[in-house]
Design a protein around this ligand. Structure first.
Ligand code: A3P
Length: 272
């Protein structure tokens, strides 16, 4: 019997694909790739590179399919997956909860005005014919009425989506990461993330250096690459200049939503 138990234990610790225990659910263009790549520096963390989109696009393929998308892990390693569109998917919170009520959720946020411009910049890269930012952001240029149905604007109303998650998961299972701090002080922001995930503090200041040319923190070395490297070209794009009046209008629009969001999360992200 003893031998049998030992064998079972051995197979249990054999590397195999396991369902994730943590998810980076969003927000798109707030630094979700940076967060995932920084977490992957941790020896106890494994994650698929591409976005899996199980809970929004491929739910019909079932849990076994989902599990197969995960890299092999040992029992004490944490499997994590990032798909930023989860945050805005109406059915996603309940679906995640149905799979695992203990799921740990990470949400990166940044000033919604910067996020909107970043999102717009990405759209222009894909569709160069996209009209000017102002043309898209305002329903009526003279009254300054904002088009909240335009996703680059709408997604920035974080509180609207956050409430759905908050309804399904207790606050202790949701950790909100400051996208601004992830750029300014990645070491400190990663300490908070590791504490939340119950991981030993391994990823720290020592892993990063500020690359002046890129204008962002980059990684000194990782398991895969022994040389310094930054995120790819699609991360850290140059944004177009937007008129200060437009920025002011957007700030006014987001202010009440931001306040409500800070209140619920219990942290002021200082987007003034
Ligand atoms: P921009 O390319 O508009 O500057 P996501 O990965 O969620 O799509 O977010 C992309 C954004 O992450 C980038 O938007 C960039 O501002 C931000 N970012 C945060 N840390 C970064 C890093 N170390 N390197 C590059 N971009 C980073």
């Amino acid at each position: 019997k003893k031998r049998f138990l030992l064998k079972q234990e051995e197979t249990e610790n054999f590397p195999k694909s396991r369902l994730p225990q943590a998810l980076i659910i969003g927000v798109k263009k707030c630094g979700t790739r940076a967060l995932l790549e920084f977490l992957r520096l941790h020896p106890n963390v494994r994650a698929p590179g591409p976005e899996v989109h199980f809970f929004d696009k491929f739910y019909h393929l079932g849990l076994e399919w989902y599990r197969q998308q995960m890299p092999p892990t040992l029992k004490d390693q944490l499997t994590i997956e990032k798909t930023p569109s989860y945050f805005i998917g109406k059915q996603v919170p309940v679906r995640v909860h149905n799979m695992s009520r203990d799921m740990k959720l990470l949400l990166v946020v940044r000033d919604p005005v910067t996020r909107a411009i970043s999102d717009y910049t990405q759209t222009v890269t894909k569709w160069p014919q996209t009209p000017f930012f102002e043309k898209m952001a305002f329903l009526n240029a003279s009254t300054g009425l904002i088009d909240t149905a335009w996703p680059p604007i709408g997604i920035g109303v974080y509180v609207r989506y956050f409430l759905l998650w908050n309804h399904v998961f207790p606050p202790r299972q949701i950790h909100v990461v400051s996208g601004e701090n992830l750029i300014k002080n990645p070491g400190r922001e990663m300490t908070r993330v590791q504490d939340f995930l119950g991981l030993p503090r391994i990823v720290s200041d020592h892993h990063f250096y500020f690359n002046q040319t890129k204008g962002f923190p980059c990684v000194k070395k990782s398991e895969n690459k022994g040389v310094p490297h930054c995120l790819g070209k699609t991360k850290g794009r140059t944004h177009p200049d937007i008129a200060p009046e437009t920025i002011d209008r957007l700030r006014d629009f987001y202010r009440p939503f931001n306040q409500k969001f800070f209140q619920i999360v219990g942290r002021d992200f200082m987007w003034h």
